[in-house]
Design a protein around this ligand. Structure first.
Ligand code: ARG
Length: 295
């Protein structure tokens, strides 16, 4: 079955405020018309690359005044056709919650998701941007410490009945897990070690054997190319280094590199401009034993 991916129309994307160290409203507004046009062309190139990699796209409308809605990875965690809507830590993005709720209502009406649930109030969790499904291992990796809260992780694990391995993020520049960590379909994990607390690095190294660990340098992570969408053997990403391209090639992946500069001015790139709707835990090897977890 084809990968199904949600995106948000970029018509209302802009860089209007600063909620992460990448965001540069002055650079955006210095040439807003050109940046808008470039953003719309970059978005279209990403959509084309995803379709060419075999994905089917669902596109939500954007909303004036909510520029970061173009990053639907932060809308929800979706698995087994069940969506757990996020709670945004930053007030600037909180109004997106209601918009994504109605968007998911429409997806539910069309049968693309079967259930739409909400986290308790005050429990910040910013969707798949901070809770990434590892299809090779059958568990989530869950970022916390910058936007999402550690105590939200157990809620997500309980809702889906699956394990979520917490990873503490220690750098404001790597404020979401998806900007510094990317599990690939073959089991390799591309990540930037400098973004993680020592115990979390240990957790990664315990679960991912050395041959499957692809460590990026600070400079490579600074290209936001770890924020990548992997579909089968294709990895769609912002421009990367020759070294990483060769490493991925050596693991049997074909990289499709795009110029996502206007979105990088907001701290986002390929992965966070998408949300997989078709992820399934069937065949997952690490199903949580709910009976044990309840004890
Ligand atoms: N400006 C957005 C924010 O700071 C960018 C979000 C990008 N999303 C992501 N999952 N990395 O929230």
């Amino acid at each position: 079955m084809a990968a199904q991916i949600l995106m948000t129309d970029p018509a209302h994307f802009a860089v209007d405020y600063v909620i992460n160290p990448w965001m540069r409203p002055a650079a955006w507004h210095a040439d807003a018309d050109v940046n808008r046009a470039t953003a719309s062309a970059s978005w279209a190139a990403l959509a084309t690359a995803l379709r060419q990699a075999g994905a089917e796209l669902e596109v939500l409308p954007g909303v004036p005044g909510l520029p970061d809605m173009v990053f639907p990875a932060n809308a929800a965690v979706v698995l087994d056709r069940r969506a757990l809507l996020s709670r945004f830590a930053c007030p600037e993005r909180r109004p997106e919650e209601a918009r994504f709720r109605s968007g998911f209502g429409r997806l539910q009406a069309r049968g693309l998701v079967t259930e739409v649930a909400t986290l308790p109030e005050g429990l910040f969790q910013e969707g798949a941007g901070d809770c990434i499904w590892d299809e090779a291992r059958g568990h989530f990796w869950a970022g916390h410490g910058q936007r999402s809260r550690n105590d939200a992780i157990a809620e997500v694990a309980t809702f889906f009945g699956l394990e979520a391995v917490p990873l503490e993020l220690v750098s404001p520049r790597f404020y979401h897990l998806d900007v510094c960590f990317c599990p690939l379909p073959g089991g390799e994990v591309l990540y930037y070690p400098g973004a993680f607390a020592p115990a979390s690095l240990e957790a990664i190294r315990e679960r991912v054997p050395a041959v499957q660990r692809i460590e990026a340098t600070k400079q490579e992570a600074g290209l936001l190319c770890l924020n990548a969408v992997a579909i089968g053997r294709t990895v769609v990403m912002a421009r990367t280094s020759a070294r990483l391209r060769a490493v991925l090639d050596g693991c049997g992946y074909r990289t499709v590199e795009l110029d996502l500069a206007p979105f990088i001015l907001a701290g986002g790139a390929a992965f966070c401009m998408t949300l997989r709707l078709d992820r399934s835990s069937v065949g997952a090897s690490r199903r949580l034993d709910l009976a044990t977890a309840a004890e």
